[in-house]
Design a protein around this ligand. Structure first.
Ligand SMILES: Cc1ncc(C[n+]2csc(CCOP(=O)(O)OP(=O)(O)O)c2C)c(N)n1
Ligand SMILES: [Mg+2]
Length: 349
């Protein structure tokens, strides 16, 4: 496996990437704010779904917040991301509007896709969110295509795609990585290895020890990162961004992480013990990404715990506002049904 940076910690099978660089207070606090926004957003989604306020699926990102937030903090607004069915965390990490996101989940006209897409279709080109998708691995070629556009247009934006350990076995994923490497495209493949695809452990489906090992076959760097550590994700992505923007081509980042909740809302009926032990969940909860970042911020003297709590309160208030906005927005009219099916416009950076 090609390594970037310094490998400083080894715990059991896991190898953590963390360089000893200084990160500005602004970046640390931005990451904390966005992680709190995702955590409160997802907790609220679970609550209102339980109360029957919206229908359909929703896949909580709780426990994985550091992956998208650390990665997006290393990118510009004009860089693009694409994501998957676990679809709220990536856009919020890139700066999505919480009210429009919540209204979309509620299926309302003021949502990102006028209420016609739902939870798995949040997109906002103005901050580089190309969109999420419920078709596993389908966003990998989309982000690769955006990177090809950058190259063909001679622009300096880059793209990144978030996909799961399950998606990493899909053909579309391998084809994209191969072509991206051949054409040296400015794309970052970020595999969120949260250990399971619904109820199947990645150890039963991935032939390599680590998904990042596969990078070697595509002649690109493969980096194994502690996905619970926002700073490690940020540092790994900074290097990948630099490589992409300077024309050196793609990087595969495997973020080791864990989903604290069940695969999707509505699937709570799956008995956890049928595929994972409670003790495993408890063990991972000890490495809650928010706790890790707050500890780092407080112990490094960057900010006080009270300041961190204030950021949480502010994020919570923004989520409450978003829910009120969604509740008050009307459902789309029937006349909207066949509108917005096709677009002749490409997003322009
Ligand atoms: C092409 C395709 N096959 C199957 C499914 C059903 N499905 C939805 S999510 C999922 C598991 C995905 O696992 P992973 O990629 O690890 O992402 P995670 O849910 O763990 O974040 C499956 C099989 C689908 N949506 N699309
Ligand atoms: Mg998974």
């Amino acid at each position: 496996m090609t390594k970037i940076g310094t490998w400083i910690r080894h715990i059991g099978e896991m190898v953590y990437f963390r360089m000893a660089t200084n990160i500005s207070k602004d970046v640390l606090m931005l990451m904390l704010e966005r992680m709190w926004r995702i955590r409160h957003f997802e907790l609220k989604v679970i609550e209102v779904y339980g109360a029957g306020e919206f229908v359909g699926a929703a896949h909580p990102y709780i426990g994985e917040e550091a992956v998208a937030v650390g990665a997006c903090a290393a990118m510009r607004d004009t860089d693009y991301i694409a994501g998957n069915h676990r679809s709220h965390g990536h856009p919020i990490a890139k700066g999505a509007n919480l009210s429009k996101a919540m209204a979309e989940i509620y299926g309302r006209i003021d949502g990102y896709c006028k209420g016609k897409g739902g939870s798995m279709h949040l997109a906002d080109f103005s901050v580089g969110i190309l969109g999420e998708s419920g078709i596993v691995a389908s966003s990998v070629p989309v982000a690769t295509g955006a990177a090809l556009a950058a190259k063909l247009q001679g622009k300096d934006f880059i793209s990144a795609v978030f996909f799961g350990d399950g998606a990493s076995n899909q053909g579309a994923c391998h084809e994209s990585m191969n072509l991206a490497s051949v054409w040296k495209l400015p794309v970052i493949f970020i595999c969120e290895n949260n250990q399971y695809a619904v109820t199947t452990s990645y150890r039963d489906t991935v032939s390599a020890d680590h998904i990042s090992d596969r990078a070697q076959a595509y002649n690109m760097p493969g980096v194994l990162v502690d996905g619970q550590d926002a700073i490690a994700m940020y540092e790994a992505t900074v290097q990948a961004v630099e490589r992409a923007r300077s024309g050196q081509g793609p990087t595969l980042i495997e973020a080791l992480t864990y989903r604290f909740e069940e695969h999707s809302l509505g699937l709570e009926k799956i008995r956890k013990s049928e595929y994972r032990e409670e003790s495993e969940i408890d063990e991972w909860r000890l490495r809650d990404p928010l706790d890790l970042l707050i500890t780092n911020i407080v112990e490094s003297g960057t900010a006080t715990r009270a300041e961190c709590d204030a950021i949480s309160d502010k994020a919570n208030a923004a989520v409450e506002e978003a829910v009120e906005f969604a509740r008050n927005s009307p459902f789309p009219d029937e006349s909207e049904l066949y509108k917005d099916m096709f677009s002749s416009e490409m997003p322009v950076v």
